[in-house]
Design a protein around this ligand. Structure first.
Ligand code: MV4
Length: 446
C-alpha cells in the first residue's frame, strides 16, 4: 500500500478521499487554492499545500504546480477525484513520468475510452450496444448525409473529444445536418483542440442508466450494477439512485457483462462508469465511458457495501479486486440528492457566501457527504455543490420517504440551496412511479 497520497481536488470529494486514506493507514497531502485556504477539511490532512490562486487554471488544473507539491511532499500517488484533471491522459502520463502512481487508469486506457469514436469501436467489438451511426469520424459532408439517410433523422452530431453534453447538435433534416457539421467541427476544434465529429441516431425520449465498474492491474473486471441518473438539468445530475427502477434486469446484466469485457480489453485499472441511454422498449445504447470516480458513487456503495474510493486506491497500489462477480449483490435502494448553493426560485442563480446556519440531517440510513460546516464560506470560483445527501432503505418507496424526512431536517441559511427542489421531487408522483426520462425535470420546471 502507499505511504502517502496527494489529493488533487477540493470540497467534498477531497474529504471523501482523505477519509478513505485515513482508514487505510495512508497519509494525506491535500493541495488547495487561496480561495479554499480556510476550508475546514484541510485541517484533516496530514499536510496541506497551497498551489495558487482561486481560478482553477492556476491551481486545481495546473499540472506543474500539483506535481511540484507532490515532489515536495514526497508522495507515492495522486488521487484526482472527479472533474479538474481526473480525465486528462496528459496528467496520468505526467504522473508516470514523475514516477508517481496516478490513482486511475493509464494514459493509454484513458485515451482509448475518452475518444468517443474509438470508444464506440471498442464497445462494438465487445458486444456493448451502441447507436447506429458513422463508424469513424466524418471525413466529408456527403458521407454524413448518406449515413443519415441510412439511419434516418433525427441524428445527432457529437465531438469525438467532447463529453457531458458539450458540442452536440441535433439535426432533423439534411439541410440542418449539412450546415451543422461545419459548426460542430469548428466548435469542437476550438473547445477540445480536436475537430473530429461523428453522427448517430438521436433518441428523443430516453432514460440515463450507467453501470459502475472496477478493473484491476491483474486483468480482472467486475460490475457493481447500475445507477439511474435521469433526473438532470442542463447536463447536471440532480438526483441519482441505485438500482434503476422498472428495468429489465436480465437485459441489464447482459449489457453489464459486455461493459466489463470492454474495460478488460483496454487493460483498465480503476473505477469506470459506462453510460447508457435506455429507449422506451428498454434497449440500451452506450453513450460514453467516464474514467474516474463519479460524484454519484455513494449510491452504489450503499447498495453493494463496496467502498469504491478505497478500491480505487487499492487497485492503483497493485491489489487484486477482492470480489468475484457473484459476490456483488444488491441490498436495498439508495437515493442521492445533490444539494447546490443555488436558488431554484431565481433560475438557479448561484448563491455563494457564508453559511451561518448549517443543520444537517441524521438518523438511520442517512449519509451526508459534505465539506461544509457552520460558518463555511462558499467560494464563487467552483462548482456550486455543497453536499450530497444519500439515503439507504430496504425499498425504493422507503428510501423516498427517508429522503423526504432527511430533507425536512436539513436547515441551511442564509444562502439559498436546492433543498426545496429536492423536497418537491421526492414527493412528485411521476418520479415516485419510477422511470422518468432525461427531459422530465426541464419540462417540470418550465
Ligand atoms: C444522446 C442523446 C440522444 N441520442 N445521444 C448528453 C450528454 C452526453 N453524454 C450524451 N448526451 C446525449 N446523447 C443520442 N444518440 C441525448 C443526450 C442527452 C442526455 C443524455 C444523458 C443525460 C441527459 C441528457 C440530456 C440531454 C441530451
Amino acid at each position: 500500500m502507499f505511504k502517502r497520497v496527494l489529493i488533487a481536488n477540493r470540497g467534498e470529494i477531497a474529504l471523501r478521499i482523505m477519509r478513505a486514506c485515513r482508514e487505510m493507514g495512508v497519509e494525506t497531502v491535500c493541495v488547495y487554492s487561496t480561495a479554499d485556504k480556510d476550508a475546514p477539511y484541510l485541517k484533516l490532512a496530514d499536510r496541506a499545500i497551497c498551489i495558487g490562486p482561486g481560478p482553477s487554471k492556476e491551481s486545481y488544473l495546473n499540472i506543474s504546480r500539483i506535481l511540484s507539491a507532490a515532489e515536495v511532499a514526497d508522495v507515492d500517488a495522486i488521487h484526482p477525484g472527479y472533474g479538474f484533471l481526473s480525465e486528462r491522459p496528459d496528467f496520468s502520463q505526467a504522473c508516470r513520468d514523475c514516477k508517481i502512481e496516478f490513482i486511475g487508469p493509464s494514459p493509454e486506457a484513458m485515451s482509448a475510452l475518452g475518444d468517443k469514436v474509438e470508444c464506440k469501436r471498442t464497445a462494438k467489438a465487445n458486444g456493448v450496444p451502441v447507436f447506429p451511426g458513422s463508424p469513424d469520424a466524418i471525413e466529408d459532408e456527403e458521407e454524413a448525409v448518406r449515413i443519415a439517410n441510412e439511419i434516418g433523422y433525427p441524428v445527432i452530431i457529437k465531438a469525438s473529444a467532447g463529453g457531458g453534453g458539450r458540442g452536440m447538435k441535433v439535426c432533423h433534416n439534411e439541410v440542418s445536418l449539412r450546415s451543422m457539421l461545419r459548426v460542430a467541427s469548428q466548435e469542437a476544434a476550438a473547445a477540445f483542440g480536436n475537430g473530429a465529429v461523428f453522427i448517430e441516431k438521436y433518441l428523443e425520449k430516453a432514460r440515463h442508466v450507467e453501470i459502475q465498474m472496477l478493473g484491476d492491474k491483474h486483468g480482472n473486471a467486475v460490475y457493481l450494477w447500475e445507477r439511474d441518473c435521469s433526473l438532470q438539468r442542463r447536463h447536471q445530475k440532480v438526483i441519482e439512485e441505485a438500482p434503476a427502477p422498472n428495468i429489465d434486469r436480465a437485459k441489464l446484466q447482459k449489457v453489464a457483462e459486455s461493459a466489463a469485457k470492454m474495460i478488460k480489453s483496454v487493460k483498465y485499472a480503476g473505477a469506470a462508469t459506462c453510460e447508457f441511454l435506455l429507449d422506451e422498449k428498454g434497449d440500451f445504447y452506450m453513450l460514453e465511458v467516464n474514467t474516474r470516480v463519479q460524484v454519484e458513487h455513494p449510491v452504489t456503495e450503499l447498495i453493494t457495501g463496496i467502498d469504491i474510493v478505497k478500491m480505487s486506491i487499492a487497485i492503483a497500489a497493485g491489489e487484486k479486486i477482492p470480489y468475484k462477480q457473484s459476490d456483488i449483490k444488491i441490498n436495498g435502494h439508495a437515493i442521492e440528492c445533490r444539494i447546490c448553493a443555488e436558488d431554484p426560485a431565481q433560475g438557479f442563480r448561484p448563491s455563494a457566501g457564508k453559511i451561518a446556519t448549517w443543520e444537517p440531517p441524521g438518523g438511520p440510513g442517512v449519509r451526508m457527504d459534505t465539506h461544509v460546516v457552520s460558518g463555511y464560506v462558499v467560494p464563487p470560483n467552483y462548482d456550486s455543490m455543497v453536499a450530497k445527501l444519500i439515503v439507504h432503505a430496504d425499498t425504493r418507496e422507503l428510501a423516498l420517504d427517508r429522503a423526504a424526512r432527511a430533507l425536512r431536517e436539513f436547515n441551511v441559511g442564509p444562502i439559498k440551496t436546492t433543498i426545496p427542489l429536492h423536497q418537491r421531487l421526492v414527493e412528485n408522483t411521476d418520479f415516485r412511479k419510477g422511470g422518468v426520462d432525461i427531459h422530465y425535470l426541464e419540462r417540470l420546471l418550465k
